[in-house]
Design a protein around this ligand. Sequence first.
Ligand code: F6P
Length: 322
Amino acid sequence: MKIAILTSGGDSSGMNPAIKKFVEVCYEKEYEPYFVYNGLEGLIDGKIKKAEYKDVAGIIYRGGTIIRSSRSKRWFEKKYRKIAFENLKKHKIDLLIILGGDGSFRALNVFYNEFKIPFMGIPASIDNDLPMNEYMIGVDTALNVIRSAVDDIRDTASSFSRAFVIETMGRECGYLALTSAVANGVEMCLIPEVEFNLENLKKRYLKEIEKGRNYFIAIVAEGLKISQKIKEWFESEIGFESRITILGHIQRGGSPTVIERLRAAEFIEFALDNFEKNPNKIVTYYKDNFVLRDLEEIVNSKYALDEKMLNLAKPLMGLERS
Ligand code: F6P
């Protein structure tokens, strides 16, 4: 049995521990592990190579993915997907394991419908935006990177009378902003999923300033594209000099946290323990358990943010809690 693994889309911290576990479990179970380098681009280019123990020695603490990743434009053309299929056939790959996010799973869905290559999918992306799934590999490390950045910004913020607008990644999803805002006790949280009320926030902030508040920290999700507008709002409406920090790609890096390393290993074990009886599934993490789901179900559903977390953050959006 030959099993190949590839990492696709935005890399995330925790992919390396997953890759290491993959090689170890394959050898334990007497499967032959293969790497597809460079994600879907590499699949098209035939960059498929047998994996050895030595390839994964010493990678557990490293962010990113040693087998690299890509966003493939060529994948949208069937002629390249056919080449990818032929490359897998040439190497006699029996199962393909893909670590990636919603875009990668959509790409996988098209590929599976055309060529029926057996697969298992493992959610990995800092965005944490996969439907029916509560954790994607990379999100815990990203949240910790944001926590550390907000702590550092608070040092300078509390030394000046200023407002700081911190922009988090996540594409159209506000998960990173929402969770970080609650975890870091900031004053404002704006995300694409919820209509916020700046007038209410203004009223509260002005009262707080009267009572001695002398700095603000706002977390704004990149999907809204309004960080500059919010900076100007603090200056014109609240009367505070303001600065923007766009955290950007530092959120994708960093040594994987303990949670990340453990879950990455568990995802891999679960996939390798289950693919024979239940092939062609996405392994999701749901209510503290691993749950297999159909790819079609995943790609045809929409993710939803946790209601309890949303409720906690409502005052930071100028809304009443329910
Ligand atoms: O999907 C992960 C992510 O980091 C998003 O949060 C972000 O919008 C995007 O990737 C950035 O993509 P790129 O690295 O291609 O600029």
